[in-house]
Design a protein around this ligand. Structure first.
Ligand code: CA
Length: 227
């Protein structure tokens, strides 16, 4: 597995290279955005670690250009800032994940493994819809930057809805994929409805903009609807 690290602070870049090489990745360093940009176009990488604060063009600018040109490689942004706007901006510009500096190396390593698995068709580690965000690795969810206190089942339910965002999810799908009880004699419909109601109280009640919608006769959809 080949990783490109774009980081202008040489000490940080070399520490990353050493740590990643110890985990048997092949690491190439770029110390400027331009150098990184050139390397991405001339070589093939399985993953790019991209620092946001670079001299010249920022990591976010570089990333949006690369995505516009069709780059599919997973990109993990390293950011020194941690505000909802920055995280959303990073994900909107095409980052697959981000880490806020300073971070612990094992955290970086876990994120990299998750992204590389995803490259092989496994699910995303972080998802968002409007100001709702979920981190599947850490099992945390937040709306408007505020953490949501979810039970394990509510978390699984919200994760499923986020993975299917914009699409209608039926009670049968939830019974099969979230409760994993497809062949039950009594339908789970009431149980599912109770859980959806609880999820709604936590995810939607405190906010003007509702995300959990009931699709009459069919099921539910997690989506942003025009005001
Ligand atoms: Ca930097």
């Amino acid at each position: 597995m080949r990783i490109l690290v774009v980081e202008d602070e040489r000490k940080v870049a070399h520490a990353l290279k050493e740590g990643l090489e110890a985990e048997h990745y092949k690491v190439t360093l770029a110390h400027t955005g331009e150098e990184g940009f050139y390397l991405i176009h001339s070589e093939t990488f399985d993953l790019v670690l991209l620092d946001v604060m670079l001299p010249g063009r920022s990591g976010v600018e570089i990333l949006s250009t690369l995505r516009k040109r069709g780059l599919q490689t997973p990109v993990l942004l390293l950011t020194a800032r941690d505000t909802v706007e920055d995280r959303v901006l990073g994900l909107d510009s095409g980052a697959d994940d981000y880490l806020v500096k300073p971070f612990a190396f094992p955290e970086l390593s876990a994120r990299i493994r998750a992204l590389l698995r995803r490259g092989r068709g496994e699910p995303a580690a972080r998802m968002k819809l409007a100001d709702l965000e979920m981190d599947v690795v850490a099992r945390t969810a937040a709306r408007g930057g505020r953490p949501l206190e979810l039970t394990a089942r509510e978390f699984d339910l919200l994760e499923y809805l986020l993975r299917h965002q914009g699409r209608v999810v039926s009670r049968e799908m939830l019974a099969r994929d979230v409760w994993k009880e497809a062949a039950r004699h009594t339908p789970l419909d009431n149980v599912i409805d109770v859980h959806i109601a609880r999820l709604r109280r936590k995810v939607d009640d405190p906010f003007a903009r509702k995300l959990v919608h009931t699709v009459r006769g069919v099921g539910f959809a997690l989506r942003e609807e025009p005001a």
